[in-house]
Design a protein around this ligand. Structure first.
Ligand code: NAI
Length: 339
């Protein structure tokens, strides 16, 4: 049932942005002048469902906004920098956060924690103050820890709504369908791989057995495909040789997630995206946040789908994922509560 919904939203994106009747949404991007922020903001400017785009960065966002604002779509674009975050967040309904440092070769996403944890905490505090009702999409890594950080800040402020905070894991799904398509000589738009768990190395668990094209991939080919989906980000980090990590494909994935969220907020039904949210699925095993296919609705999270039937290999992958994920989550929670 949910794979049909995923198929619908993914193929709609492959044709270009899907639209629906209502169109009056203001989106803020925090970290808009960065490697992800720029191409994602450009794609958001081409989304007909967005009427206002507020681009904020500690530096450079007004220039990016001036440039993007010349694209002849109807949305208004404004740029803000430095201490102008209050104005940037004013009226924002959806806030997407690619602010923070990216990886260099040899680094894991967890190695980014020391720098990005405080950036994300401070941005959460600003959003709590100036846009407490907004839906939040977190791209900044390590997502497995930055989502709990955001949630803890909101809990302290008494405004935590688990239905409104999303870790954006869409790139894992985009990669999975592309890589499986390459092996099968199939068009990725027809392939929807559910990816569950978290967004880092072994916490990324692709459920290939649930796809028509992936269920017969076995042996060494299966192992190589899983590894490529889990560590595909490293290919980009290495190829960029110290200048950053995935930015363009992430810009695409972030814009796709935002479009899905807006369509759901606008009342479209059957919109399903994989995303890392507060989830009951593995809470009893100490994992409070988990990515799975989530049906989106006007309230944000409408329904969290379970992982479904798993193959023996996928059960093993999940067993390897859960302890790491629990550690990453705990680290985020403790960071906010240590003081
Ligand atoms: P980048 O360094 O090119 O851009 C980051 C931007 O954030 C810079 O423009 C910087 O000025 C800005 N920034 C830093 N502190 C800020 C603050 N307090 N407020 C507002 N802006 C601030 O990095 P890139 O490549 O755009 O990556 C951003 C983050 O996204 C990294 O943490 C990276 O690991 C993560 N990422 C996440 C992915 C995912 O699938 N969720 C995929 C790829 C990257």
């Amino acid at each position: 049932m949910f794979s049909r919904s995923v198929a619908r939203s993914s193929s709609a994106l492959a044709r270009g942005f899907a639209t629906s009747a209502r169109s009056n949404r203001k989106v803020a991007v925090l970290g808009a002048a960065g490697g992800i922020g720029q191409p994602m903001s450009l794609l958001l400017k081409t989304d007909p469902l967005i009427t206002g785009l507020s681009l904020y960065d500690i530096r450079g966002a007004p220039g990016v906004a001036a440039d993007i604002s010349h694209v002849n779509t109807h949305s208004e674009v404004k740029g803000y920098e430095k201490d102008d975050i209050k104005a940037a967040l004013s009226g924002a309904e959806i806030i997407i956060i690619p602010a923070g440092v990216p990886r260099k070769p040899g680094m894991t996403r967890d190695d980014l924690f020391n720098t990005n944890a405080s950036i994300v905490r401070d941005l959460a505090e600003a959003c709590a103050e100036y846009a407490p009702n907004a839906y939040i999409g977190i791209i900044a890594n390590p997502v497995n820890s930055t989502v709990p950080i955001w949630a803890e800040v909101y809990k302290k402020k008494g405004i935590f709504d688990p239905k409104k905070i999303f870790g954006i894991t869409t790139l894992d799904v985009v990669r999975a369908s592309r890589f499986l398509g390459e092996i099968k000589g199939a068009d990725p738009k027809d392939i929807n791989v559910t990816v569950v768990g978290g967004h880092s190395g072994v916490t990324i668990v692709p459920l290939l057995s649930q796809t028509t094209q992936g269920k017969d991939v076995s042996g060494e080919a299966y192992k190589a495909l899983v590894k490529r989906i889990q560590f595909g980000g490293d290919e980009v980090v290495q190829a960029k040789a110290g200048t950053g990590s995935a930015t363009l494909s992430m810009g695409f994935a972030g814009a796709r997630f935002t479009n899905s969220l807006i369509r759901a907020l606008n009342g479209e039904t059957g919109v399903v995206e994989p995303t890392f949210v507060k989830s009951p699925l593995y809470e009893s095993e100490g994992v409070e946040y988990f990515a799975s296919n989530v049906e989106l609705g006007p309230e944000g999270v409408k329904k969290i789908n379970s992982v479904g039937e798993l193959s023996a290999e996928e059960k093993e992958l999940l067993n390897a994922c859960l302890p790491d994920l629990a550690k990453n989550i705990k680290k985020g929670v403790e960071f906010v509560n240590k003081a």
